[in-house]
Design a binder for this molecule. Structure first.
Ligand SMILES: N[C@@H](CCC(=O)N[C@@H](CS)C(=O)NCC(=O)O)C(=O)O
Length: 197
């Protein structure tokens, strides 16, 4: 499989999941602004949306949308329990959707050429959304309890943008980032994307 990624972008989430699962995935660096690959080919040919993450299966089939990609990956190695069993599966989906629609897209205005007023409103909005994470992350090691799941890979990825766009993280989230970043697969994904040495 190939995973089209841009260093540090939301594609870091499936990159972490792939390494946690021990899947054989080749990362393909993509310029999401120019919409090109390193060999000069148009990225639109792979994904007409022009967005990472994009997964290409060995049979050529394409899967887009980070939430779908991480669930597909986790389904290949059910024994790793990165998708919980029973009703907890839907609670993880609840988190993935919250991270995607409320947090990930809540950071988006901060990466654009917006006025300081718009950016300040985005920061206020995110700070309010962080409150919804507090009960889970002060009680548990990870979002779903003691087991690291796909939702943690995604949450770690989006919270990791905070320093770059001047979003202040409460202490419980700083501690959570510390716990997640200590994982060997997370360190390996950061290194593979050239984000750490
Ligand atoms: N709905 C998509 C959004 C993916 C997305 O926003 N990707 C960003 C990087 S974090 C990107 O490719 N941006 C370039 C663009 O939208 O043109 C998903 O959840 O996978």
């Amino acid at each position: 499989m190939k995973l089209y990624y841009s260093p540090g972008a939301c594609s870091l989430s499936p990159h972490i999941v792939a390494l946690e699962l021990g899947l054989s995935v080749t990362p393909v660096k993509t310029d999401v602004r120019a919409k090109t690959l390193e060999n000069g080919e148009s990225f639109y040919k792979i994904n007409p949306k022009g967005q990472v993450p994009t997964l290409q299966l060995d049979n050529g089939e394409i899967l887009t949308e980070g939430v779908a990609i991480v669930q597909y990956m986790a389904s290949l190695k059910p024994e790793k329990k990165m998708i919980p069993e029973g009703f907890a599966k839907f609670h993880q989906l609840e988190w993935l959707n919250f991270i995607s629609t409320e947090l990930h897209k809540g950071y988006s205005p901060l990466f654009r050429d917006n006025s300081e007023e718009v950016k300040a409103a985005a920061r206020t909005n995110l700070t309010a959304k962080f409150n919804h994470l507090e009960a889970a992350l002060t009680k548990n090691t990870f979002l779903m309890g003691d087991t690291f799941t796909c939702a943690d890979a995604y949450l770690f990825t989006v919270l990791g943008w905070s320093g770059h766009v001047k979003v202040e993280l409460p202490k419980f989230l700083q501690e959570y980032l510390g716990r997640v970043s200590a994982r060997p697969a997370v360190q390996a994904a950061l290194k593979a994307e050239g984000l750490t040495k």
